[in-house]
Design a protein around this ligand. Structure first.
Ligand SMILES: [Zn+2]
Length: 299
């Protein structure tokens, strides 16, 4: 719920004109932090998965800002002044979140008379593991055991256990302990109360369901990896190896690692460098693995 739910945030800023007192980078950072509407973000590509060079309608939302202070008083530029443009998947995706009573949204900067700001923002899909600006939630807390049934309070109080360990706001949701009820040493928490505060991009219930979705995908991937590993017993090692590794005699590794003594490739490619010195013949400790069997491994 904190780190891996995709949302929208401004990721690139092209500044055309900036005569404000704030540096370009400072403004760009402020823009990145603005919460943007992320409903429907699942229909958008991650920029890295998209065919385009930098950004396009399928992976980004463009927002422009152009403001000039023509009056005599300082002018406030806020999230409301960001104008979405271009083709969008939906009319809400990427809109700045505006929830204050005045309908202005977060303040971006202030302009003195005569100052001007003109820029173009490219908002992209991302997750908070990469940068906190993509976090959908501001704070998440959880608790269990509102009546402190799981705490052995017999000794852990100064004067009055009831006063010092007050039941929490969720106490009404569970049965209160009976008077004189013996402490249950085998009890485990089985009901958890979450408090989810959204940053604005998604409603709290959507954060919960999206969080569950992320978890499901992870577990499904794990089940897939484990079931694919059946058979060779070494499935987990298939990934990081290069395709040539151990695949025969003359791979790139053998050539580079030849220190001058007899290599496995020198005698027909049927013996590993380790096997020659140790067990004799082709039977290395690794001979029974799928890798040793190929005959050309430098391990
Ligand atoms: Zn694209």
């Amino acid at each position: 719920m904190l780190a891996e739910i995709p949302t929208m945030a401004i990721d690139l800023v092209q500044i055309e004109d900036n005569s404000t007192v704030l540096a370009d980078e400072f403004i760009a950072h402020r823009l990145g932090m603005l919460p943007l509407n992320a409903e429907g973000v699942e229909n958008l590509f991650y920029s890295r998965d998209c065919d385009c060079d930098e950004y396009c309608d399928r992976c980004s939302v463009i927002l422009s800002l152009h403001a000039k202070c023509t009056g005599d008083e300082n002018m406030h530029v806020s999230a409301r002044d960001l104008v979405p443009s271009g083709e969008r998947i939906s009319q809400t995706l990427g809109n700045p979140i505006i929830s204050d009573p005045d309908g202005l949204g977060p303040l971006i900067l202030k302009l003195r008379p005569g100052q001007e700001i003109k820029l173009k923002c490219i908002a992209k899909k991302g997750i908070a593991k990469e940068h906190a600006k993509w976090a959908p939630s501001a704070a998440i807390g959880f608790e269990y055991d509102p009546h402190n049934k799981l705490h052995h309070l017999d000794l852990w109080y100064e004067q009055d256990a009831k006063k010092e360990w007050p039941p929490s706001e969720y106490a009404d949701w569970e049965e209160p302990p009976q008077e004189g009820e013996p402490f249950d040493y085998d009890a485990v928490p089985n009901r958890f109360y979450f408090n989810v505060e959204t940053a604005g991009a998604l409603p709290p219930d959507a954060i919960i369901t999206e969080g569950i979705k992320v978890l499901q995908i992870k577990l499904a991937q794990m089940v897939k990896d484990l079931s694919e590993g059946d058979g060779d017993g070494n499935g987990a090692y298939d990934g990081p190896r290069s395709p040539e590794f151990g695949g025969g005699g003359a791979d790139g590794w053998g050539g580079g690692q030849d220190p001058g003594f007899t290599t496995p490739y020198g005698n027909g490619g049927n013996q590993s460098a380790w096997g020659g010195a140790g067990a004799g013949g082709g039977t290395t400790p690794y001979g029974t693995t799928p890798y040793g069997g190929a005959g050309g491994s430098s391990w």
